[in-house]
Design a protein around this ligand. Structure first.
Ligand code: IFM
Length: 467
């Protein structure tokens, strides 16, 4: 039996986002974002056709939801501001109802002893910007900088931890290469341009924050999918190197070291895939921008091997031209999502941060397990989600090992607090400490919530030899 204690003041919390939790009601003044539009116009792509309008009702239920957070003992919680709620149309006018709502949320959280961690962008671009070219258009960067400045002015007195973006790779990768997010474009070079423009927007957001005179902190939330080669064969190692270069280093190096990896530039030049609109001023801004805090979202590893066939030379250029997914025999799977569960990667991520980006304060900003049909686990009115408790214990044990070896990890946020809506999957897979009954709106604590509360009270947990 080991008693795993975490550092004093450790952030124990959860994460969610505006579009995934708030929902909309008539008269709230909110404008459409790309998810409102896509979930109505491409409704068949969304599980059971559930749209953003029906998400977990945080907009109307936030007082009770903050009581629920308090009941769990959370000391911090990340959510985002909905850009299209705050600034509903191209005129740039601020929606007073949104200001009232977010001020009330952040104040109530503070009063309950829950630090609001506030993210400015979680995949939900206002539709009026998307119709003008979205993140491919440099004007969106200017609009983002204005929006960020507005948020700092309106809510800066209530928020001590700001984030510019959640998972900045996703709008580029899922929206412009892999056909998962609106606008469903499949073209690498456009994806690369979107990614670069988002990196510049991040820098402009930090610039606006520094100019605001706020003394709080600002950072970014990155998703990291650590890459593992099938074997030590040089061909597999090369495959892993390329997967890491495209999907992790491309962004990490830009955000944390101030430049894109030169090897990536060379590969993209060789294949004629470099984004065209990249100015010297933008590169100088990237080089000069520093964050205060790094959030890391971790869900799964990426196992790869050398490709067994040549890519179609006339096909769409993609990072997958350089590697193939590898299905390791015996891996532990979350079959609801079709992804591997590999807690040790959290230790590896901590070591990667210490090695490649030493000194950066960081925390686990998302980690979690989405399970389909959780109603089948209800006994005596409570979801008996022992699988989620096992998941937590395994991941936290690995994180604890890294911290005890000196890693500067400040906290752990679980995805998520109340079951929320997901991009395309809607309410298929459930992640929350609270179950949401979609039909009635009722929110009930799961067994994992009870366990998490005890963990927070003890600032640690006991691990038996067999766990
Ligand atoms: O729901 C998402 C979230 O928006 C970003 N990180 C992963 C979560 C679970 O898939």
């Amino acid at each position: 039996m080991a008693n795993l204690k975490f550092p004093d003041g450790f952030w124990w919390g959860a994460a969610t986002s505006a579009t995934q939790s708030e929902g909309t009601v008539a008269g709230d003044g909110k404008g459409d974002n790309i998810w409102d539009y896509a979930s109505r116009h491409y409704n068949n792509r969304f599980f059971d056709g559930v749209t953003t309008q029906e998400t977990s009702r945080f907009y109307t239920d936030h007082v009770a939801d903050i009581d629920r957070m308090k009941a769990l003992g959370l000391n911090s919680l990340r959510t985002s501001i909905s850009w299209s709620r705050l600034i509903p149309d191209a005129s740039g006018t601020v929606n007073p109802l949104a200001v009232q709502f977010y001020r009330d949320v952040f104040q109530r959280m503070r009063d309950a002893g829950i630090a609001p961690f506030v993210n400015l962008f979680h995949f939900d671009l206002p539709m009026y910007l998307q119709t003008e070219g979205g993140w491919e258009n440099k004007a969106t960067i200017d609009a983002y900088a204005r929006y960020a400045k507005t948020c700092f002015e309106l809510f800066g007195d209530l928020v001590d931890h700001w984030f510019t973006f959640n998972e900045p790779m996703i709008p580029a990768e899922a929206g412009y290469l892999h056909d998962r997010h609106y606008p469903f474009v499949v073209e690498f070079k456009r994806a690369a341009q979107v990614l670069h423009n988002i990196v510049v927007a991040h820098c402009r957001g930090i610039e606006a924050f520094r100019a605001s005179g706020l003394t709080s902190q600002i950072g970014i939330i990155m998703d990291v999918i650590p890459v593992y080669p099938r074997s030590q064969n040089p061909a597999d190692l090369k495959a892993a190197h390329m997967a890491d270069l495209f999907y992790t280093k491309s962004l990490n190096e830009a955000i944390l070291k101030g430049h894109y990896p030169s090897e990536l530039n060379e590969v993209l030049t060789q294949y004629g895939q470099r984004p065209e609109a990249v100015s010297a001023e933008e590169l100088a801004l990237i080089a000069a921008t520093k964050i205060d805090l790094l959030g890391i979202n971790y869900y799964r590893p990426r196992r790869v091997k050398a490709r067994e066939s040549l890519p179609n030379p006339e096909g769409v250029f993609a990072p997958e031209w350089f590697f193939e997914p590898y299905e390791m025999p015996g891996r532990q799977m979350n079959t609801s999502r079709g992804i591997e569960i590999y807690p040790e990667a959290l230790y590896d991520i901590a070591k990667m941060i210490d090695r490649d980006y030493p000194g950066i304060p960081w925390f686990v900003s998302e980690n979690g397990i989405g399970i389909q049909d959780e109603a089948r686990f209800i006994r005596d009115g409570m979801v008996q989600d022992d699988y989620r408790i096992d998941f937590l214990k395994a991941h936290l044990a690995c994180l604890h090992r890294a911290i005890s070896e000196g890693s500067h990890c400040l906290g752990y946020h679980m995805w998520t607090f109340v079951d929320c809506w997901s991009w395309m999957n809607a309410y298929k897979n459930r992640y929350g400490f609270y179950r949401l009954d979609l039909a009635t709106g009722e929110k009930t604590l799961k067994k994992s919530g009870v366990w998490f509360k005890q963990l927070i009270q003890a600032n640690g947990f006991e691990l038996t030899q067999t766990e």
